[in-house]
Design a protein around this ligand. Structure first.
Ligand code: ATM
Length: 240
């Protein structure tokens, strides 16, 4: 028996006892849930609240972010956000894809294999909207690059936090942080991303559930749990 075969592991807010190897085939694969939207839509707030709510419902869950989540990808995050660097559109798309490739192999796939649900703050749809549409590389080309990067790992469900780009910008400005390289782009860039997200959602309504991000965080959380209830078999009580 390998040394990873037993012992409690912290997963989100609950402890999961690992099963001996012979019971591994009985573990149901975890679900990959991604959260998307413009900056200022409240993705991180929702992601944290969702992780707590799913953990409180007794399900193993882990929250990760993109780009990031593992050492290599956190370093790529610092690169792509650095306003001092010149980064061409193809380089940008490949950097995000490289960060994703590492995260998928090092963390996401092993967690899903262990039956842990993974909540991911941004994933391939971000690249389709930002690099494919707004940077003008083409959604299909960027999709292809990412198929290679992820080995074809698609989300089981995606929550798209929809916000008016001007409101997103205002919320972002109110945070009083130095804008990163992408946040310095003009209004048209963010309008283009918002349109691209809408098109992606219209093309895949079963996977991508659109949530109105102008509501309060509590309402957005409740809407998100409704949008995940079938996937995670959540009982109404778990949805507060
Ligand atoms: P946040 O963690 O603040 O979402 O930062 C990630 C930035 O990287 C965000 N920038 N803005 N504005 C969106 C951008 N991004 C991409 O352009 N493509 C991607 O594939 C991902 C994951 C993020």
């Amino acid at each position: 028996m390998g040394d990873d075969a037993r012992g409690p592991l912290r997963r989100g807010s609950i402890a999961v006892a690992r099963l001996p190897a012979r019971y591994r085939p009985l573990i149901v694969r975890g679900k990959l849930i991604t959260i998307e939207g413009l900056d200022g839509a409240g993705k991180s707030t929702l992601a944290g609240a969702l992780c707590e709510a799913i953990g409180a419902a007794g399900l193993p869950v882990e929250l990760l972010r993109e780009p990031g989540g593992v050492a290599l990808s956190e370093r790529v995050r610092a690169l792509v956000k650095d306003p001092a660097l010149e980064v061409s559109a193809p380089a940008e798309a490949l950097l995000y894809a490289a960060a994703r490739a590492q995260l998928v192999r090092e963390r996401v796939e092993p967690l899903l294999h262990d039956g842990v649900h993974v909540l991911l703050d941004r994933y391939v749809d971000s690249s389709l909207a930002y690099q494919g549409a707004a940077r003008g590389l083409g959604v299909e080309l960027v999709r292809e690059i990412n198929r290679f990067a992820t080995g074809g790992l698609d989300p089981d469900r995606t929550l798209l936090l929809r916000i008016d780009p001007a409101e997103g910008r205002a919320r972002q400005a109110a945070r009083d942080e130095r804008p990163d390289r992408l946040e310095r782009e003009d209004e048209e860039f963010f309008l283009c991303i918002a349109r691209a997200y809408d098109e992606l959602a219209a093309a895949e309504p079963q996977r991508i559930r659109v949530l109105d991000a102008s509501f309060t965080p509590a309402t957005v959380l409740s809407d998100a749990l409704d949008a995940l209830s079938d996937l995670l078999a959540l009982r109404p009580a778990a949805r507060g």
